[in-house]
Design a protein around this ligand. Sequence first.
Ligand code: TYM
Length: 329
Amino acid sequence: METVVSGIRSTGNLHLGNYFGALSNFLKMQKENRCFFFIADYHALTTHPKPDDLHGNIKQVLAEYLACGIDPEIATVFIQSDVPEVIELYLLLNMNAYVGELQRTTSFKEKIRRHPDNINAGLLTYPVLMAADIIIHKASKVPVGKDQEQHLEMTRRFARRFNTMYGVDYFPEPDAYNFGKKLVKVPGLDGTGKMGKSEGNGIYLFDSPEEIRKKVMRAVTDSGPKTPGEKPSEPVKNLFTLMKIVSDPSTVKYFTEKYASCEIRYGDLKKQLAEDIIKVTSPIRERILEILSDNQYLSKVVARGAEKARESASKTIREVREIIGYRSF
Ligand code: TYM
């Protein structure tokens, strides 16, 4: 049995990238392992949300998690800010995290480029808090998408550094995990890059079928292949990547052959893709609505989750304090 930790920031609804990049792997692991799933609502503060928005997003993301099939009877489902022990570990790890290595993190450099007016210290130490989230439960597997690979590398480094510094073999070095072996990057429909909340190109689990059809039909393509064997452009490759994720292999084969023989009609491909996405999202959307209306159930889930997560986290903190030298007289 492995210990598994995964999380998501509470900055907006879940999109297909979150679902297929991270969540679907977690769902496959929850029965056989010691699993923790949490909402990273401290991480969400880097973008300075208004209190009502922060609260609303936490509730929405929680309902969406549960609607996807995370079972709070098996996994520990909790909210990051309900487990203050993580802040203590974050502070302790910060003492051994170097400003230079944090400044070189790809996600930090990207944030500076995009939001030069809000380069706060929370952004700089984001990977340290993430490492604390993971190692506080001594996790060995972390189901995440490709974009989190570097953060996991840093988590391993911080864990190793702690062990070396104090001459102990205390924290395991966790791996980013995907059942298919390779970490996944779900593309957006705007031609380049990944699907993301801040990219504004997401298809959300909560989108209505009409919205999904509209978004998919608007996806960027090209003028079509002119000669057999021609390589698809980036936007078309992305459509095929999405199709491989959501559609039946026979559908992918059909359109791949149509592309190869230059007979493809992108309109047909998009229509099919939209329907296949809707097949995945529709039942989830219905459950989200049901769960959102049940405040009592949501409160019960997070209260129980906080209790279990704090039990695990406080044990680690006790042991870490002892290792570091905070001991009773
Ligand atoms: P966040 O909220 O950006 O994304 C949550 C998860 O969804 C994955 N993901 C994707 N995977 C594939 N393709 C995409 N287009 C795509 N977009 C998002 C992310 O890789 C992630 O797994 N730092 C984390 C939150 C976090 C965390 C943790 C995760 C905080 N502490 C500890 C795991 C363990 C984040 O920003 O995720």
